[in-house]
Ligand binder design. Structure first.
Ligand SMILES: NC(=O)c1ccc[n+]([C@@H]2O[C@H](COP(=O)([O-])OP(=O)(O)OC[C@H]3O[C@@H](n4cnc5c(N)ncnc54)[C@H](O)[C@@H]3O)[C@@H](O)[C@H]2O)c1
Length: 448
């Protein structure tokens, strides 16, 4: 087969058989705060025709098939069989008792008039009692928690919750995504090395096992794909990664790529592609929502900082381009500032240098809305995870790196942070799933 087409030969691995998206898809969410309620309220509004799914790749993006001259560019949702918005049902857990309507009002992201018009479906979503440990999220506490017991007891209670939710809603498939608070930074310990050690740790209530890992374990044990919207460890450890692979379940993470890091992964690849140097990048932002309050704790901030710092380093590759990036000074700050609520403001000062080393500066002032940026990601990640699961894929879904600040990869592989490479990978994965030609953008045939 010729390799001069910009539509390249088919990938050698055979395309999977994709099971149809019949029936309801239940989306289970630990943490029903700003992001979750903005996501659920948004889906409710969109399926009533009250708003457009702006920011959602699954709902709006197109995908080119074949050669540019073929003029064949369907929407992604018409190309691969995704669950429909009408078929989504929602459930979740939180340490606060507020239902989804009340919690959305507290979050202050969406207008009350909009929330009032969908009050009934939102009020019907009441958080199940949470598995919570104050050692992992220090700044908050709430009454809606599971009764005392070992960590294994809590995992079993979550298994019951999942079973009951499925029966109650009649969902044919489920998927879980963590939208709870960011837990404190921790590294994989002995109990995270094998599934046996992890289960022993659950029975002994090993302090190294965090609540998010108990949810993830319950999801994997129930055969449900699990994605992590926060930067903490959860499934990024051998025991749970192996469990996902061995049981043919999809996992993905970590940390939604929104706000300042989204900007970073837009700008940094551009500077690098033109071989412009960077000597410093200072990022700071203020936010006043509950997420900001939790991140005010040094342990939770450390999880976030690691995730934010890694993106730039991985994109710029200072080892490969020492003359451009060897001495870069990169600093990230987050300041909790209650008056701003969810309307975050971020400032970036980027010191760059060009031809002969002459210095220049770029300033970015992004007045963003955190949950407005994150909500469509929750939808896209869940729909794609469900698609991957129905396609027989398993383990880390690196093709979903596009959505994450600190993408999970196979052990030993460095993550790809460049948004545009990530998008190409995502679309080529969809083409591969459907047995279409991959697209290389070579395009020599147009000039022959
Ligand atoms: N909004 C964004 O742009 C963005 C980007 C990247 C990552 N994130 C992450 O997404 C997560 C959610 O953000 P948010 O703005 O909705 O925060 P939020 O504080 O509004 O909501 C988090 C909710 O999780 C609950 N919670 C904490 N621990 C829990 C547990 N063990 N079980 C069940 N519930 C628990 C809290 O009570 C809270 O209601 C955070 O970890 C945040 O860092 C958000």
């Amino acid at each position: 087969m010729s390799t001069t087409h910009d539509a390249a030969p088919h990938e050698s691995a055979p395309s999977p058989t994709i099971q149809p998206a019949d029936g309801k898809l239940g989306i289970l969410i630990p943490g029903m705060g700003a992001v979750t309620t903005t996501f659920i309220a948004g889906v409710e509004a969109i399926r009533r025709g009250m708003a457009q799914p702006i920011g959602s790749v699954t709902q709006l993006s197109t995908i080119r098939l074949g050669k540019r001259t073929d003029n064949n560019t369907p929407k992604i949702k018409d190309f691969v069989p995704l669950a429909k918005l009408e078929d989504l049902v929602f459930g979740g857990w939180d340490i606060y008792e507020a239902n989804c309507y009340e919690s959305a009002l507290n979050a202050g992201v969406l207008e009350k008039t909009l929330l009032d018009s969908i009050k009934d479906p939102l009020s019907a979503i009441k958080p199940m009692p949470a598995v919570f440990d104050k050692n992992y999220v220090k700044r908050i506490d709430g009454p809606n928690q599971k009764p005392k017991g070992s960590k294994m007891d809590h995992a079993e209670m979550l298994l019951d919750d999942i079973r009951n939710f499925k029966e109650r809603t009649g969902a044919s498939r489920l998927a879980m995504i963590w939208c709870g608070s960011t837990e404190v930074f921790h590294r994989p310990a002995a109990c995270h090395q094998t599934l046996d050690a992890f289960e022993e740790g659950l029975r002994k209530s090993d302090p190294e096992i965090s609540p998010s890992q108990i949810y993830a374990y319950a999801a994997l044990k129930s055969g449900i794909p699990y994605a992590n919207g926060a930067p903490h460890l959860t499934v990024d450890a051998p025991a749970l990664m192996d469990m996902a692979r061995d049981r043919n379940i999809c996992i993905a993470g970590k940390d939604f790529k929104t706000g300042q890091t989204l900007m970073k992964t837009l700008v940094a690849p551009g500077l690098k592609s033109r071989m412009l140097g960077v000597s410093g990048w200072f990022s700071t932002n203020i936010l006043g929502n509950r997420d900001g309050e939790v991140l005010d704790d040094p342990g939770s901030f450390k999880s976030k900082e690691e995730s934010k710092l890694s993106a730039l380093e991985m994109i710029l590759q200072p080892d490969m381009y020492p003359e451009l990036y060897e001495h870069i000074f990169h600093k990230v700050r987050i300041e909790y500032y209650p008056p701003r609520g969810d309307a975050k403001e971020g400032w970036d000062n980027i010191d760059i240098f060009g031809w002969l080393g002459y210095p220049m500066q770029i300033k970015i002032n992004f007045l963003c809305r955190d949950s407005i940026l994150a909500a469509p990601l929750v939808l896209d990640i869940m729909l794609f995870m469900d698609l991957a699961q129905r396609s027989g894929m398993r383990g880390v879904q690196e093709w979903l790196s596009f959505f994450f600040k600190a993408p999970m990869t196979a052990p030993g592989l460095y993550p790809e942070h460049d948004l545009f490479i990530q998008l190409m990978k995502l679309k080529n994965t969809l083409r591969w799933m459907k047995g279409e030609q991959l697209i290389t953008h070579l395009g020599r045939e147009y000039y022959d």
